[in-house]
Ligand binder design. Structure first.
Ligand SMILES: *Cc1c(COP(=O)(O)O)cnc(C)c1O
Length: 381
């Protein structure tokens, strides 16, 4: 042990550095038990009683994430949606909330549908515009400001520090969906956010084989206890095998995300000069609106997600996606394999996504192979 506390890369690589106590194993055990023995005096010797409340396998992955986000505590959920919706369900019906116009589509649909029906009052604003957030927040009334940065699938940036100040001045909490940035590139809690959310299905696990979500809090307050109750009572918890896989994925988070970010930047630069491309949306490009903010708010890269608007409209975009061979046509993102998706057809009517847009999730394949495949698919007519 060194006297300095380990850096995030080291914490991730060694999953917090814990050695399993029974046999000295370097990899944590999986405890599939749903129930735990109680003492004769009715106490629980290790604090575990029933797996919906807590299980020892998910604690290990949660602790690693708490260290990476530099928060107070992390709760893991059975999906990113279970994590995100638990925050909103922990508010009282009638609560006023500010949320982005452009954000992860399934959560936007749930907010506009279920959450409004359930009684939340939601102002959808362009959270990239600090003045618009200031105008939408109602002092003493707004309970929560929710932002996503960079935001799916246009990758627009929100100024976390500025919005945190506005939220706090109004007595509201700021929650950040940081799925795309990951703790490698951005630490929302350090910028003033109160809660950071991840779809751990994406980069945190990184291998497209676990559905999971997380919330990490800056301070365990009353809202956090309500969120914990929603999780335990609704049962949207993460099972032990998935928790174990997530822990395993977290160990390689840094090299994956840094590699993916570097490849995404290379592809974004080359695609910008491609005759079949109308525009490239990527926070790492100097002419991207929000590039300066991305430079301030993200370190080590701009992430593995970008979008291209294909010259020739929706038909040309769909045709280009049909021609790729190495890239896989599939939804989701953040895995080690590269994916291409025509978002407008997935989101359907009412989607703000242009029809000529292809969303690209850059994996860890050789960047030259990715370029050859994609540039060929876009050129051919
Ligand atoms: C995938 C995703 C979610 C939802 O997570 P699931 O694990 O699919 O439930 C939320 N936000 C963002 C940005 C995502 O990419």
């Amino acid at each position: 042990m060194t006297s300095n506390s380990p850096r995030p890369e080291s914490i991730a690589a060694q999953a917090g550095g814990h050695v399993e106590p029974a046999f000295g194993a370097l990899i944590p055990a999986i405890f599939p038990a749903t129930t735990f023995e109680r003492n004769g005096d009715l106490s629980y010797p290790r604090g575990y009683s029933y797996a919906r409340a807590a299980n020892p396998t998910d604690v290990s992955a949660a602790e690693t994430l708490t260290a990476l986000e530099q928060g107070a505590e992390t709760l893991l959920f059975g999906s990113g949606m279970a994590a995100a919706t638990s925050v909103f369900l922990a508010l009282e019906p009638g609560a006023h909330v500010v949320a982005p116009q452009v954000m992860y589509w399934a959560l936007r649909s749930w907010l506009a549908g279920f959450a409004v029906h359930w009684g939340l009052r939601i102002a959808f604003v362009d959270t990239g515009d600090v003045d618009a957030v200031r105008a939408a927040v109602r002092p003493g009334v707004t309970r929560l400001v929710w932002v996503e940065t960079p935001a799916n699938p246009l990758w627009s940036l929100t100024d976390i520090a500025a919005v945190a100040e506005i939220a706090h001045a109004a007595g509201a909490v700021l929650a950040v969906d940081s799925t795309i940035a990951t703790p490698v590139l951005s630490r929302p809690l350090g910028l003033g956010a109160d809660i950071v959310m991840h779809s751990a299905t994406k980069y945190l696990n990184g291998h497209s084989d676990v559905l999971a979500g997380s919330l990490t809090v800056a301070r365990a307050d009353a809202l956090w206890e309500s969120i914990r109750s929603v999780r335990v009572q609704h049962g949207g918890v993460l099972g032990p095998f998935e928790s174990w896989l997530l822990q395993r994925g977290l160990r390689t988070l840094f090299p994956r995300v840094l590699w993916q970010s570097a490849s995404a930047l290379t592809l974004a630069e080359r695609l910008s000069a491609h005759p079949g491309v109308e525009a490239v949306l990527y926070p790492g490009l100097p002419d991207f609106p929000g590039h300066e903010l991305a430079r301030r708010q993200m370190q080590g890269g701009f992430g593995g997600m970008l979008s291209v608007r294909v010259r020739g409209g929706a038909e040309a975009a769909v045709a280009a996606a049909a021609r790729v061979r190495l890239w896989k046509r599939a939804t989701s993102l953040g895995g080690v394999e590269s994916l291409v998706e025509h978002r407008a057809s997935v989101e359907g009517p009412g989607s703000p996504v242009p029809g000529d847009l292809l969303r690209l999730s850059v994996g860890i394949e050789a960047v030259e192979d990715l370029w050859d495949d994609l540039s060929g698919a876009i050129t051919a007519r």
